[in-house]
Design a protein around this ligand. Structure first.
Ligand SMILES: [Zn+2]
Length: 291
């Protein structure tokens, strides 16, 4: 199993082609009035916000799970999507753009639009540019506010952690914060260094989030369960500890391989059970620590 995981990690596109998407189901949970967390394949979060102005979606999961997501939205709301927000560029969040972009305006950071309309490569595979309707048409830097369904929804660019174009979305009346892949709730996060990610910036951004929003906010990450702000703080604390352990080991002269052999992150074993293993987390963090 571990070997399979390593293989999948080295060829990101294979992750998508080897899963059985047709069997994936979409569960839903109303976290605040009109605000739903949908969970696709028990893996990727989508947020739906419904009200008199219409339906807003945050992320659209995989291209291969469009049917299930559409069925769920139809059964819950029976209306088209007016706005689709992309938290970042990855295919497990933007895959559904090709479907929902036919009816919705798509909002994202500038860099997500630039990436999706470019001649994209994933690993060695050329996946090409998306069609016009699947590419964000409302993009921003800094902060963007949308008055919708009685809330002044705040979208803020907080980039350079998971990817360059990460944005977070806050619903002030519901006190719900959607942070995309800045939260792999309870698991080591994936840091996409090739798309401008950096584990140390990831920590800084998470720290900023815990200081900038209410203590009782509900936080929805891209993967893992819905968290209370206290749980986000605990998660942040644990990630900081793992980075300190790796950094201290490097100062003592250990190589990344020796850290893996010695299981220096054993205490956080459960964090390595979703996508990024302990070993992979060491590989991600190691280059960003000092000798
Ligand atoms: Zn991602």
């Amino acid at each position: 199993m571990k070997k399979l995981f390593l293989l999948l990690m080295s060829v990101p596109l294979m992750v998508y082609s080897q899963r059985d998407y047709s069997a994936m189901q979409v569960s839903h949970n109303e976290v605040a009035p009109g605000l739903y967390r949908l969970f696709v394949g028990n893996s990727v979060a989508v947020v739906a916000f419904n009200g008199p102005d219409g339906l807003l979606l945050i992320d659209a999961a995989y291209e291969q799970t469009i049917r299930q997501l559409r069925d769920t939205l139809n059964s819950l709301f029976k209306k088209p999507v007016r706005y689709l927000v992309n938290t970042h560029l990855h295919g497990d969040h933007t895959g559904g753009n090709v479907e929902f972009g036919k009816e919705a305006d798509i909002i994202s950071h500038h860099s997500v639009k630039a990436w999706l309309k470019s001649d994209r490569k994933l690993g060695d595979n050329n996946v090409g540019a998306l069609f016009r309707n699947a590419v964000p048409n409302l993009t921003f830097e800094g902060t963007f506010y949308l008055d919708f369904n009685g809330q002044n929804i705040q979208m803020r660019h907080l980039g350079g952690g998971h990817t360059e174009g990460d944005i977070i979305i806050y619903f002030p009346e519901s006190n719900v914060l959607v942070v995309g892949d800045l939260l792999f709730a309870g698991f080591f996060p994936f840091i996409d260094v090739s798309q401008g990610g950096n584990p140390l910036v990831f920590i800084e951004n998470l720290q900023w989030i815990t200081k900038s929003y209410p203590e009782d906010a509900v936080v929805i990450g891209g993967h893992g369960p819905v968290f209370a702000m206290d749980q986000v703080k605990e998660y942040l604390f644990n990630l900081q500890q793992t980075i300190k352990v790796i950094s201290d080991a490097r100062k003592k002269g250990m190589t990344a391989d020796e850290m893996k052999q010695n299981h220096i992150l054993k205490k956080w074993e459960s964090y390595g059970t979703f996508f990024i293993t302990e070993d992979r987390w060491i590989d991600i963090v190691f280059p960003f620590t000092a000798k």
